[in-house]
Design a protein around this ligand. Sequence first.
Ligand code: SF4
Length: 562
Amino acid sequence: MNTVETSKAKLSHNEVIKEAVPTLAGSIAATLADPNADRFSDDDQQFIKFHGIYQQDDRDLRKTGKKYIVMVRGRIPGGVMSSAQWCVFDDLADQYGNKTLRITTRQSIQFHGVVLAGLGPLVKRINDSLLSTLAACGDVNRNVLAPPTPAYTRAREEVFADCVRVADALAPKTHAYHSIWVEGVQLDLNDPANKDFVDPLYGKTYLPRKFKTAFVIPPLNDLDVLTNDLGLIAVVEGDRLVGYNLAVGGGMGRSHGNEATYPRMADVVGFFTPDRLIAVAEAVLKVHRDFGDRADRKHARLKYVVQERGVEWTRAQIEERAGFKLEPARPFVFTKQGDLYGWHRQVDGRWFLGLWVESGRVKDNGQGRMKAALRKIAERFPVEFRLTANQNVLVANVTEADRPAVATILAEHGVKTENQATALQGASMACPSMPTCGLGLAESERYLPGLLTRLEAVCSEVGLGGEEIIIRMTGCPNGCARPYAAELGFVGKAPGRYQIWLGGNEASTRVNRLWKDNVKDPDIVTELRPVLARYASDRQPGERFGDWSARVLWNEAGAVAV
Ligand code: SF4
């Protein structure tokens, strides 16, 4: 008997409304058409997530009354955008958002601060540009990740094509999205195809919770593939893709004070050839669909199914649904996470430029006028913009002839292409949290830059100046910036208070551990100073901070295994 059957009597409210409205249309179109509406109903707030939209309110303004806004997230498989698409997103941020483009940890772009009146035109224009927002959020497969670097190897092209194939195969098939956002009309429920709609893959109730998929090409692990529900690790021979090692059951999210929730790295369960990709992807998704916890959304991810039922059981379920046996996993090694910054030559002779984007926020009042510079490049050159899972952007396919002009535009706008970031900045990530995310318990994106400055000063004092430590911060335990895969992770507990997690590794194959709970802002540096000093003096040659933390601190009182 599976979890769905055992928990039918106590299904979460989300399950009830999905069953009642499997088209996911709700009354979204009616709200959009109402000139007096400033927000969606409570149930529609759940449905709009499947359409890539979160209803929020500006938390900085709460004292003077709630101002409802929405966040809109693009669905951009592999994070690849043309110059024309970049221009559209840039326009939309100015017209309907807060004049910034927020690159996400899933190779997408979010618009923050959108009011209801602008929502319809914004989503329509994204679709007109041949991108979408469908399934960027919600209980479905989310934006599919693919390696952004190195640009243009043959295997990378094959993997990117597979990324798009999987994104399409796992997309929900409801007509509501097209009807509401592209045609601008209410879904016709008199049409039997809509009235009796059941998604052919997801059924009526979709998944118990979100589902994340990522492709990676070792040895780079530039998107933390093992933190995904479904990880597809390319096996490449002579620059040709021969298949994938399958990893299942990764995930970052947890809840404070709830020991049934925890971050987890995926298990590698076998190998298969590319022709079986869709069958395998659907099979893994169906295991989540059929066995995920539909009573407790905090415990509803595939990782808990894999952890609680075991790897052998999970593999058997996947094989049963895929209709074939997986082969033994092929050997592979991950060496590092992170992005390449600066200019690099592509295999085809052209160039790509890796740009560090502080907290993923492309704007004009930070690292020079980056937003204006990228817009100008997009207008003048047929390049590609590749969003990375570390919230950065690569400007790819720059010809030898165009490279000086691209460099000049960036220089004129005060955007550095060399020595763009300090060692700590370049390896850091923060989630948005305040003021837009309704789940944020503490500051993140607005807080991390100042903390990094203070930590850099300490690192210099103790002899670690210029050394990289992978640092990630989130405003709540959901872990959008994957703090549990960092060497040093900060997780918001309450305003001005953070948990400190230590011991992730450079290759992003290990979950870190809670070291200190509920540390107040001024005490963070005080707590870390002696640890960094000790690391500087005690480490073995070449030993990174995360590895030293795991070797030394995990065996001492204070480090809690999760
Ligand atoms: Fe919001 Fe939490 Fe995600 Fe940060 S980690 S963006 S606070 S849900």
